[in-house]
Ligand binder design. Sequence first.
Ligand code: PGA
Ligand code: ZN
Length: 404
Amino acid sequence: MSRITEAHLRAIYDSRGNPTVEARLATDAGVVAAAGAPSGASTSTHEVVAFPTGGVPAALAVFERSVRAKIVGASVDDQAAIDRALHEVDGTPDFSRIGGNTATAVSVATAIASAFERKVPLWKRLLRPGLVGPRFPAICGNCLNGGKHAWGGPDIQEFIAYSTAPDPADSIRAALEVHHRLGAKLHARFPTIALGRGDEGGWVAPLGNVEALELLVATCAEVRDALHLPVHPGIDLAATEFFRDGQYVYKEQTLSPEGQLGFVTSLVDRYELKFVEDPFEDNDYDHVAAFTRAVGGKVTVVGDDLYATSLARVREGVERRATNAALIKVNQVGTLTDTLATVDYVRAQGLANVSSHRSGEVPDAWLAHLAVAFGSLGLKCGLLGGERVAKLNELLRIGAPAGS
Ligand code: PGA
Ligand code: ZN
């Protein structure tokens, strides 16, 4: 049982060019492990605070002052004890003193160090009960960006190629094919307009919401025919972001919650969507439940902002039969131990879990291991940009270890 001998926190940058933190731990067995923490833009009101007041400099200062001393000397194998120490030294319900991103970086670096010492891949170190693994997640590839991740795009935040082939090499290939073909279609449609890419690497174009969806739907159908692989359209509405004074305010229309229920249900029926995330604002369990009653037999209905990876919120969701899937983001709760509690509960209740990146990512690959360890139905990690490709490539490595 080796112990942490050194712990450091440094400032690094995320994929939006904003500062975040990376933890680096050394153990008395000579292992060094590092992990960076990502940051969201369309954050849930229910997630922990990423950084204390004062941002990254304040996070570094509080780490020096009080966090390091709590973790140096701790057993690297005792994930729960280290995560408990992070909560104790923080002393708030939302990590607002030390910062949820500091907690995330330290917590994940601990698991990586422990996996190194045991000479097992991270996914095996974290493999959940009942799984013999590896079973690979579908790729939820965000091809077209909107909402807070794209200036000038649709209000719906993400237009997703939901690529469900069992072999990750196939599912990644099909999702990328959708991305590439969609780019060519946009170029043909807007020959004189400079197209952009959004925070998660998807295209940005001056499209309406239904227009964007129609392009995605047609492209997925083409790729299914061309590659004979299952790839279907999905969306993350992140609806809180355009919910104002009790109404959903789109470019084209303004809808009451009842109107939104009818609208999103009609999109599912008309376009055969297979994946729908956060169709209502992040406190509205009732309308999500009505939506799941209507379409949950054929659609993966995912709670992201609704649950914020919080066990208490997912419990409420299960009691109210709100969704059939929960999105999992470590830095919404701050530690792996909290994350595992939510994942285990979700699995025990028969709901699916979907492991997810943030829009401001770091080029780390650990998320791919979490998706495999959690038996995730899907991995949301984007398709383009080094920080997204790092996760996809890691999934390929897990799927086909060197020499196999
Ligand atoms: P965020 O969004 O990382 O900006 O919070 C991602 C999502 O809503 O899935
Ligand atoms: Zn989301």
